[in-house]
Write a protein that binds this ligand. Structure first.
Ligand code: ZN
Length: 284
């Protein structure tokens, strides 16, 4: 299934994409968040849709309908740093012996086409196309062999990053990762069964029409089952939590000289099977 959310920020309604039709699933009565997932919402929704398919209103996916982030605000948005070999190389950092984990604030989460706001006093706002996954069950000390049972599905994420805040302002990367609009999620939460091999997905990102990142998840160092198990040794993951698996090479910071976003730029990105995003860059 491909689930999406639509409507004004904070007031999104649930929807479902079936046979390329955007259908309003608000009659189901639940938003796509922690409670929905932990109570087997995906199976319940599937059955409900089967029974109601012919009466579900269609959502016009064009202009005038905002697509929201594909999940309700989660308890955590966790990212993995330097998880692609070529990106670690362009960042001039060694391959990590263990995953690098950092948090993005959940207030950074926004819809896939809402646009990105360059933070005040920013000079180095950068892009990162990423494969994210969404937890379906509460996970504590999970074995790697069981890990995928805890995953609900996948979504596209642009892990926007302010490189000066992240790398030159002391301390953790967090300062450069959690600014408002820095985490567009969606358009869809794509359930696990729809992606045959998460280790072989084409992923790309363009700025003003120019291809900047053109890669495949096969370059990923620490794969999803290992990441679920690894993170669950340090904290409990809740249903709806989003984990973003790192970006491949081609970020602005990796160019010589570096390239950063300016107001008026347009960023487009996609991952095979997960849909596409488009963000206009604005100042504030
Ligand atoms: Zn990232």
């Amino acid at each position: 299934m491909k689930l999406f959310r639509f409507g004004a920020p904070g007031k999104e309604k649930p929807g479902i994409l079936i046979n390329d039709k955007w259908l309003d699933a608000s009659g189901f009565g639940e938003d796509y968040g922690e409670t929905f997932l932990e109570t087997d919402g995906l199976s319940r929704l599937q059955n409900w849709v089967k029974d109601n398919l012919n009466v579900l209103p269609q959502v016009s996916a064009g202009a005038g309908t905002r697509i929201g982030p594909c999940v309700q605000r989660p308890s955590k948005l966790i990212c993995i740093g330097l998880n692609y070999t070529k990106h670690a190389f362009e960042s001039k950092m060694p391959l990590p012996a263990e995953p690098i984990i950092f948090f993005k604030s959940t207030t950074a989460i926004t819809g896939p086409n809402d646009g990105v706001l360059i933070p005040r006093n920013s000079k180095k706002t950068d892009w990162e196309v990423e494969l994210a996954f969404v937890m379906g069950r509460k996970a504590t000390y999970v074995e790697e062999k069981d890990a995928m049972e805890y995953v609900a599905g996948y979504c596209l994420h642009n892990d926007y990053s302010e490189r000066e805040f992240q790398l030159e302002r002391n301390g953790q990367w967090t300062k450069g990762k959690g600014c408002d609009t820095f985490a567009p999620l969606g358009p869809y939460l794509v359930t696990k069964d729809e992606i045959a091999d998460f280790n072989n997905l084409h992923m790309w990102l363009k700025v003003n029409g120019k291809m900047m990142q053109d890669n495949n998840t096969d370059d990923m160092i620490f794969e999803i089952p290992f990441l679920v198990s690894y993170i669950s040794r340090f904290m409990t993951l809740l249903p709806g939590d989003v984990i973003s698996t790192g970006t491949p090479s081609g970020v602005g910071h990796g160019f010589t000289p570096p390239v950063y976003l300016q107001p008026g730029d347009v960023v487009e990105l996609g991952i095979e099977g997960l849909g596409e995003q488009r963000q206009e860059v604005r100042g504030q």
